[in-house]
Design a protein around this ligand. Structure first.
Ligand SMILES: *[C@@H]1O[C@H](CO)[C@@H](O)[C@H](O)[C@H]1NC(C)=O
Ligand SMILES: *[C@@H]1O[C@H](CO)[C@@H](O)[C@H](O)[C@H]1NC(C)=O
Length: 412
């Protein structure tokens, strides 16, 4: 009996230790907290795989729990009036600072796009709700948080188009006047997949004939910017890092376009490029666009180009056309398409598979003559900005939020 308990106890301890332990770099602050947080994400991911395997619920359906447990009903408070509306048929949560001073004074506006790999997340999650309130209060700005539809129920381009429709609707002079917004002081911003949508929208707006109101700035927080090379040095270095291991990012990418697992497998092997998309590889060539320091021990080899990989799903009209579409991969445009972009803020984290996407975009924007602030966090990890709510509150999230809001304050 006693021996049995000891064996059980030891087994339980080693299981827990194995489960929680992830080789997290020493430099990361509050490592144990991150390990614990990550063990929750990993457990859920395993459960999601299992659920999909037995045909109970698909992977993203189970992962969506992350969104559900943090959902709140956005309500007004003493500083900010919060309303839920529809802009061109798309749900938005609108944060308006309560009357401050002069009635006729125009305010700034931030269009915010939440992260979650185009498959998860909501503007109604408490960290996004808190961030929107903070921006509204500190900048005396109107914040428009877009509840775009999600994959896999709505594949590309639906999430992108939802966002684009909202932005187009909002940037009309009559609409801006209704909310007392200064047409010369509007930002688009977002984190992770939201940063992807923000970058894509900024580019597409430049092509809009007759667009009268332009964005003043774009602020991209650890954005996803390209689907062609999923083996950049940061993808290699951080392939097992919490909370976004490479396999999960590849999963988000593939599910953005299709439910066909052939694309996921091809992307995991980095052999998803077709002869058509391969002509765009020059735009994501990290050997050319990453400063030497980020090359580390990695040597550049262009991703393999395979004819017809993944069967029908990756055919002429299939996802291979989509993932090379600049509305999905904003890095894939020539310099000429970058030149007129607004002033840009890019936040990157050392311990993030997406680090190099952000750094390469900063390099490319810079050489196209766009004013760029690249804020790189040496001890940062992907998704850190979301961790502002107890018990998963991290000091780095606070610093990132302060610096990001400060930049907006000074540049918008
Ligand atoms: C990437 O850049 C390197 C030089 O830094 C060059 O040798 C290589 O051919 C380029 N590859 C592609 C696919 O553009
Ligand atoms: C990169 O190339 C150098 C020199 O050819 C070699 O010593 C090194 O092992 C290579 N690194 C990797 C990760 O393949």
């Amino acid at each position: 009996m006693r021996l049995g308990s000891i064996i059980l106890f030891v087994a339980l301890c080693s299981f827990t230790a194995y489960y929680i332990y992830e080789p997290i770099p020493e430099e990361i602050e509050e490592r144990w907290k991150l390990m614990l947080t990550n063990s929750f994400f990993r457990s859920l991911s395993h459960l999601a795989h299992f659920s999909e395997l037995i045909g109970f619920k698909d992977y993203m359906g189970v992962m969506y729990l992350i969104t559900l447990i943090e959902k709140v009903v956005p309500v007004s408070d003493e500083h900010v009036q919060v309303t839920e509306e529809k802009f061109d048929g798309v749900e938005v949560v609108l944060y308006q600072p309560k009357h401050q001073g002069d009635d006729t004074e125009l305010r700034r506006a931030v269009i915010y796009l939440h992260g979650g790999g185009w498959c998860l997340g909501s503007s109604r999650m408490s960290p996004y709700d808190l961030l929107a309130r903070k921006i509204a209060a500190e900048l005396n700005a109107v914040v428009l948080s877009v509840e775009y539809r999600l994959a896999p129920a709505h594949h590309f381009p639906v999430p992108y188009e939802d966002v684009y429709h909202v932005v187009k609707h909002f940037l009309q002079k009559g609409v801006l006047a209704k909310y007392s917004v200064d047409p010369g002081r509007i930002a688009v911003s977002g984190d992770s997949a939201g940063g992807n949508l923000a970058a894509a929208v900024s580019q597409q707006l430049l092509k809009e004939p007759g667009q009268q109101v332009h964005l003043k700035v774009q602020a991209l927080l650890y954005p996803v910017l390209q689907a062609l090379d999923l083996n950049t040095p940061s993808y290699q270095q951080n392939q097992h890092m919490p909370i976004l291991p490479r396999s999960l990012m590849v999963r988000f990418w593939s599910e953005y376009f299709t439910t066909d697992k052939a694309l996921f497998r091809a992307m995991m092997a980095n052999t998803h490029n077709s002869p058509e998309s391969s002509s765009l590889l020059k735009f994501v060539n990290w050997s050319a666009f990453l400063p030497e320091a980020y090359h580390r021990q990695y040597n550049y080899t262009a991703p393999a180009v395979v004819q017809g990989v993944g069967g029908e799903a990756v055919g002429a009209d299939g996802p291979s056309q989509s993932f090379a579409d600049p509305r999905a991969s904003p890095l894939l445009v020539p310099d000429a398409a970058l030149r007129s972009l607004p002033k840009t803020y890019i936040l990157t984290c050392e311990y993030d598979v997406l680090r190099d996407d952000g750094i390469m975009y900063a390099t490319r924007l810079n050489s196209a003559g766009v004013e760029v602030t690249l804020e790189h966090y040496e001890t940062g990890f992907h998704g850190a900005l979301m961790f502002t709510v107890w018990p998963t509150d991290f000091l780095i999230a606070e610093r990132m939020t302060e610096n990001y809001v400060k930049w907006l304050k000074e540049n918008l």
